[in-house]
Design a protein around this ligand. Structure first.
Ligand code: HEM
Length: 148
């Protein structure tokens, strides 16, 4: 419990500040780019992952208690809204989290902190997935008239 509070209060610093977060973002998208099982979610992203890496790093920076770089540069972010045009399902969410877990394992951080961060990323990933599924279910299906 004590450790969780320490992680919560110091996540940005413990991950190595903006440089550590940039390194996590680079590693995460490089893993997504190279793992065949991540092909479906990789295909949702643009060919050039450079700008995506930067926006993600800026967002994570503020999200983990550091400077609000994303907000300053792009304005506030609604994570669910931002992903709602995508058809993200449970398998996509799990692959995304697996790529993140692998990327975190490659950072110079202790295991307990890594596990804490995996759980922390899980929450928005669940929310995004549930939201996308809901949006998808609500999309009206257009039935073409049968002229035959
Ligand atoms: C659940 C699985 C997820 C999938 C499949 C997914 C997929 C995507 C895709 C396709 C983009 C657009 C990339 C681009 O156009 O450059 C994106 C952007 C982004 N995602 Fe996710 N995402 C997921 C979860 C998350 C989570 C958990 C977070 C935050 C903790 C997150 C944060 C972001 C941010 C900050 C951006 C950039 C926003 C911008 O364009 O300004 N995503 N994501």
């Amino acid at each position: 419990m004590q450790k969780t509070i320490e992680f919560q209060n110091n996540a940005f610093t413990l991950l190595g500040g903006i440089e550590g977060i940039r390194s996590l973002a680079d590693c995460f998208y490089d893993i997504m780019d190279s793992q065949p099982e991540a092909g479906r979610i990789r295909a949702m992203h643009p060919a050039d992952l450079g700008p995506t890496k930067e926006r993600f790093a800026f967002f994570v920076c503020g999200w983990l208690g550091g400077p609000q770089l994303y907000k300053e540069k792009y304005g506030s972010i609604d994570l669910t809204g931002l992903h709602s045009f995508l058809q993200i399902n449970g398998a996509d969410r799990d692959v995304w989290l697996l790529c993140m877990e692998k990327a975190l394992s490659r950072q110079p951080i202790e295991d307990d902190f890594k596990n804490y961060l995996v759980q922390r990323f899980r929450r928005p990933a669940e929310k995004i997935c549930n939201w996308c599924q809901q949006q998808f279910m609500q999309t009206p299906v257009t039935i073409k008239p049968d002229n035959g």
